[in-house]
Design a protein around this ligand. Structure first.
Ligand SMILES: CC1=C(CCC(=O)O)c2cc3nc(cc4[nH]c(cc5[nH]c(cc1n2)c(C)c5CCC(=O)O)c(CCC(=O)O)c4C)C(CCC(=O)O)=C3C
Ligand SMILES: [Fe+2]
Length: 363
C-alpha cells in the first residue's frame, strides 16, 4: 500500500521551496504566497502534516498486523519529502508489482483526486526512465461516506459542543468547512455530467455534512442548523471560488443572533496547517472580535475506526480485483464512489497524463 499525502515543511528553510513545489504553474498571486508563508513561520516553519502521516502509517501497520493483513505500507508525498517519486522507486526496487494507493483526501476534485493521479503518473514515468519496471498502481475509492470516517467526525463534533459554555450549547450552529476551490473546478468535479452545479465536490461534502449533522442531533437530542462553508481561498480575486468563507459565515451567524458555532473541518483528515491557521488562528480570532463563542471539532487523524475503514477498503478492492463482488460499505445518498476514475473525471485546466484511472497511460 502507498499512503499518498500532500506533504508539508518541517523547518523554516523548507517553507519557500515547499510553497514553490505546491504552486508551480498554478497562477497563485505572489502576495498570497508571502501571506501563506507567514502562516507556516508562525508555527516555526513546521507543518504538522508529516508527523500526522507518520502516526497514521504506524497506526495502519498496527491495524493490518493485528488483523492478519500482510501488506507493507509505504509513504510518499506530492509536495515534500518523502517525495512520491523516491517512494515509488523504492517500491519498484523492492520488487513490488502492484501498488494500491490510499490518498489522504476524502473527496473528488482536481486538487483532491486527479492532481494526485497526475503526480503518480509523473513518478511512474520517472521510475521507468531510470530503467526500472514501474508497478501497476491503483487508487482506493473516495471515503467521505464511509462510516469509519464519519463516526470519528461525529464524535469530534459532540466533544466540541461539550467544550462550549453550557448556556450557548443548545443553540450552537454547525459550520462544516472544507477547502475552497474555483467554482469551475467544483462544477466539473467527479465523472462528467453526473452532478449539477458544484459537481461531486459539493455533493459529496453536503452528503457527509448532512450525515454528521443528523448523527449529532441523534446523539445530543437537539437538531442544530448547519451549513457547508469554505476556507483557505487562494488564486486571483477575479476568479470565482466556492463561498461563503468561514470568516464571513461567522459574521453572518453573529448578525443573525446565533449564540455559538462549532467549526467542523469535514474536508480534511488531519489537523494540518489549513486547520491550525485558517480555523484555529484566523477564524477563531474573527469569532473573538465578534464575541461569538466557537469551538473547532477534531479531524479523524489516526482514529482506530478510520484505520479499520482503510483496511476494509483495501480488502474490498483486493476482492474486486480478484473478480469477486464484495460488499461496498457506504452511508448517505450517493452510494459508494467508483473504484476507477472514468475518462474525464475531475479534469484539470490542461490535459496531463494521470495514473490509476481509466485514462491511465500505464498498465
Ligand atoms: C481541495 C484541496 C485540499 C483537500 C484535499 C487534500 O488534502 O489534498 C487541499 C489540501 C491541502 N492544501 C495544503 C496546502 C496548500 N494548498 C495550496 C493551494 C491550493 N489548495 C487547493 C485545494 C486543496 N488543498 C487549491 C485549489 C489551491 C490553489 C492552488 C492550486 O490550484 O493548486 C497552497 C498554496 C498557497 C495557497 O494558495 O494557499 C498550500 C500551501 C495542504 C498542506 C497543509 C500543511 O502544510 O499542513 C493540504 C493538506
Ligand atoms: Fe491546498
Amino acid at each position: 500500500m502507498l499512503l499518498l499525502s500532500f506533504g508539508g515543511p518541517e523547518g523554516p528553510d523548507d517553507v519557500v521551496p515547499f510553497l514553490e513545489n505546491v504552486t508551480r504553474g498554478r497562477g497563485i498571486p505572489r502576495e498570497r504566497l508571502a501571506e501563506v508563508g507567514e502562516h507556516y513561520f508562525l508555527f516555526g516553519g513546521v507543518s504538522p502534516i508529516n508527523a500526522q502521516c507518520r502516526t497514521l502509517m504506524d497506526a495502519l501497520r498496527k491495524d493490518f498486523a493485528e488483523q492478519g493483513v500482510e501488506l507493507p505500507v509505504y509513504w510518499g508525498n506530492r509536495n515534500w519529502t518523502p517525495y512520491l517519486t523516491d517512494t515509488l522507486r523504492e517500491m519498484a526496487r523492492d520488487g513490488r508489482r502492484r501498488v494500491l494507493t490510499f490518498a489522504t483526501s476524502a473527496y473528488a476534485s482536481y486538487s483532491g483526486c486527479r492532481q494526485y493521479r497526475e503526480n503518480l503518473a509523473e513518478a511512474l514515468a520517472a521510475v521507468e526512465a531510470e530503467g526500472l519496471r514501474p508497478p501497476r498502481v491503483d487508487k482506493l475509492r473516495h471515503f467521505f461516506n464511509h462510516p469509519g470516517f464519519l463516526e470519528p467526525v461525529t464524535d469530534g463534533v459532540v466533544a466540541a459542543l461539550e467544550a462550549l459554555p453550557a448556556p450557548v450549547r443548545e443553540g450552537a450552529h454547525l459550520a462544516f468547512t472544507t477547502h475552497s476551490i474555483p467554482t469551475a473546478a467544483a462544477d466539473t468535479s467527479g465523472p462528467p455530467g453526473q452532478h449539477g452545479s458544484g459537481g461531486a465536490y459539493v455533493a459529496q461534502h453536503l452528503d457527509a455534512a448532512r450525515l454528521v449533522a443528523s448523527a449529532v442531533a441523534e446523539r445530543t437530542g437537539t437538531e442544530r442548523p448547519w451549513r457547508l462553508v469554505y476556507q483557505s481561498r487562494s488564486g486571483p480575486p477575479a476568479v470565482p471560488w466556492l463561498e461563503p468563507d468561514i470568516c464571513d459565515h461567522l459574521e453572518t451567524l453573529h448578525a443573525q443572533g446565533a449564540p455559538a458555532a462549532v467549526m467542523v473541518p469535514v474536508g480534511f483528515v488531519s489537523d494540518h496547517m489549513e486547520v491550525l491557521y485558517d480555523l484555529d488562528t484566523e477564524a477563531t480570532a474573527k469569532a473573538g472580535e465578534l464575541g461569538l463563542p466557537v469551538a473547532r471539532s477534531a479531524t479523524v487523524g489516526a482514529d482506530p475506526r478510520f484505520t479499520a475503514a482503510v483496511r476494509e477498503l483495501v480488502l474490498e478492492r483486493a476482492a474486486t480485483e480478484r473478480g469477486a463482488r464484495p460488499e461496498r460499505c457506504a452511508v448517505g445518498t450517493l452510494g459508494p464512489s467508483h473504484d476507477v476514475c472514468p475518462v474525464g473525471c475531475c479534469p484539470g485546466r490542461t490535459a496531463r497524463p494521470a495514473a490509476a484511472g481509466a485514462d491511465s497511460p500505464f498498465a
